[in-house]
Design a protein around this ligand. Sequence first.
Ligand code: CLF
Ligand code: SF4
Length: 293
Amino acid sequence: PGTTKSQEIIEKTKKHPCYSAEAHHTYARMHLPVAPQCNVQCNYCNRKFDCVNESRPGVTSEVLTPDQALDKFEWVKEKIDQLSVVGIAGPGDALAEWKLTKQTFENIKAVNSDVTFCLSTNGLLLPEYAEEIIQLGVQHVTVTVNTLDPEIGAKIYKFVVYKGIRYEGVEAAKLLLKNQLAGIEYLTKRGVLVKINIVMIKGINDHHIPAVVKKVKELGVFVTNIMPLIPAPGSAFEHFSQTSMKEINELRNVCQLDIQQMRHCQQCRADAIGLLNEDRSQEFRMCNRQTAE
Ligand code: CLF
Ligand code: SF4
């Protein structure tokens, strides 16, 4: 039975547009924006800002209930044949809203057994929910790990809210890191394919990224995805310059020696739909559902 399961993961991964560079021209993903709240405040994130012309993580034009999410899934599935992955990537944190995330996957599971589930998280609550994630059949999990150094983390994270207590500075970063590393290891040991997203912030964590990559490799992750900072309007990093793709690629080339690098990330919106390089989120807004049918 073990081999059947890993065979199944290999087959699904071949059709996962983020985990397989070859798949991204052929297979589509949809994000279901069911998780509005977050338990961390990253200095580069501003979820309040929502503009239809903008594409970056955290942005969505609508937040759905798990029932609306099922409705949207069925609509999109009917229209996009190549849909292979349903992901939950906020607009807050998928695990900070675990009940909603779980209910959404369960709703879809009840009507479809082929689609691959994917989720993206800051990792704070992974120790709590890793086992349930596995039980649900989620085999692809992304964790954003920007640093191993709490001093650097204190510059990236404004605060962390864990079990009702708010932490700041080095203490917040230490707690986040501890939970990220424990959660990642739990998942990889049980066969989940973990992808690590790293936001490159010049002057803050850029020189330290190769050390992050080495550490997560040791924990058994599948791929790392180094992404440029997008200085979100209204975020604490709004005046930072955007890291160039040249700088990103140079860093990826260094890290490639340790582990495979994702090079085709589009830094998707929380409601992105379609192939990675086409965004059909506006076409599939639920307010268009009636007219589109
Ligand atoms: Fe979505 Fe992320 Fe799953 Fe892909 S996106 S939850 S792993 S299905 Fe992909 Fe988009 Fe980059 Fe994310 S291109 S931002 S890596
Ligand atoms: Fe924004 Fe994600 Fe950071 Fe939460 S964890 S503040 S949603 S970037």
